[in-house]
Design a protein around this ligand. Structure first.
Ligand SMILES: O=C(O)CCC(=O)C1=CC=C[C@@H](O)[C@@H]1C(=O)O
Ligand SMILES: [Mg+2]
Length: 364
């Protein structure tokens, strides 16, 4: 990559509304406000304009409870802009090191630019491995009444999904158990069902839920207990009767080493936006795979740039389980054309150079 002198770093604010508010046990998401980032390598452009220059895109989409605030993110991106002006990528990454969403944007733009210059898809730049055509994804099913939930799962299965993750924890445990029972009754044994409680349950509630979920062949319960409860998840796991435990919010509190040392999880959820970048998430994925813990990559209900970056991250992980990447449906609008096709329960991985999201910045 050219030195910092030829790298022009810009960012611009966006606000994406959700098609309908997303209820979770820890709050409601009704819009996604963040920053689109562009890194232009003018050292590449033959002409005076940027038409020929190599470009990298990034996205910082803060989420309350998971990342820094929008204001802190903006301040960090301003520091990164100054760092690119006077230094280069490493100075810019240092300037945003403690703001995870801002670091996600800068690191993704740098990786996208480098992969673009090498004319290779981002996932192959990350893993230097063979071509990967598709990655398995789960459908994300919002909270709702039993009949609403059955209808949503039926619709997802009709679109080819064979793995569905259902939001639970918004209503009481009995109501959620009834929702799962009705869904399993409706779709039969061939669809993998996972649930995500977002820290909602006490140990006793989680025990009750797990007992019945085992009867309905639920494969994974995500974050049943509060993020701090490491021993609690380990104890639950010992008596989970075949239902896997995934830790999501707890990854931010404890890190994957402590989770694995405590034998607290069968899977960890890796959110690149919340972890500071796909590079950070990829290192975590490699580490937990060594310890036979499954890495599940998910978005934070992001725009197409970060969401597609997460698809490339998943594609760079060997034997990745179904990931939470089919979240474009929650957005009423997006930053640009979606290069990822969802079909047969998988995301078709873009094979263009870089992330593959041209047209997100002034139609380019
Ligand atoms: O994992 C998925 O299927 C999609 C992503 C997803 O469910 C979430 C994204 C961001 C915050 C939460 O609402 C939720 C989660 O807890 O995993
Ligand atoms: Mg979760």
């Amino acid at each position: 990559m050219s030195d910092g002198a030829s790298l022009a770093f810009e960012y611009r604010r966006f606000s994406l509304s959700l098609s309908s508010p997303m209820e979770t046990a820890t709050g409601t998401i009704d819009s996604r406000d963040g920053f689109l980032v562009r890194l232009v390598d003018r050292g590449d452009s033959s002409g005076s304009d940027d038409a020929e220059a190599a470009v990298g895109y990034g996205e910082a989409t803060p989420l309350t409870g998971w990342t820094e605030s929008v204001a802190d993110c903006e301040a960090a991106l301003e520091r990164a802009r100054e760092a690119f002006r006077t230094g280069g990528p490493s100075e810019a990454l240092e300037a945003v090191d403690r703001q995870v969403a801002a670091r996600h944007a800068v690191s993704l733009a740098v990786a996208d630019l480098q992969a673009t210059r090498e004319s290779t898809p981002l996932y192959r730049y990350l893993c230097r491995g063979p071509m990967v055509g598709r990655v398995p994804v789960n459908a994300t099913i919002d909270d709702g009444s039993p009949s609403e939930t059955v209808a949503a799962v039926r619709e997802a299965v009709g679109r080819g999904f064979d793995c569905c993750k259902l939001k639970v924890g918004v209503r009481d445990v009995e109501a959620d158990v009834e929702r799962i029972r009705r869904v399993r009754e409706a779709v039969g044994p061939g669809v993998e069902l996972r649930v995500d409680a977002n820290e909602a349950w006490t140990y006793e509630e989680a025990e009750t839920a797990l007992e019945t979920f085992a009867d309905f062949d639920v494969s994974i319960v995500e974050q049943p207990l509060p993020a701090g409860a490491l021993e609690g998840h380990a104890a639950l796991r010992e008596r989970a009767d075949g239902v896997g435990i995934a830790i999501d919010e707890g990854v931010l509190e404890h890190g994957v080493d402590a989770i694995c040392e405590a034998n607290a999880a069968d899977a960890v959820v890796l959110k690149p936006m919340a972890l500071g970048g796909i590079d950070v998430a990829r290192r975590m994925a490699a580490w937990v795979c060594e310890l036979e813990v499954a890495p599940i990559v998910t978005t934070t209900i992001d725009g197409v740039v970060a969401r597609t970056g997460a698809v490339h991250l998943a594609a760079s992980i060997p034997d990745v389980p179904a990931c939470g990447l089919a979240t474009a449906k929650f957005l009423a609008d997006d930053l640009g054309r979606d290069p990822v096709l969802l079909e047969k329960g998988s995301a078709v991985v873009p094979q263009a150079k870089g992330i593959g999201v041209d047209g997100v910045w002034d139609g380019r």
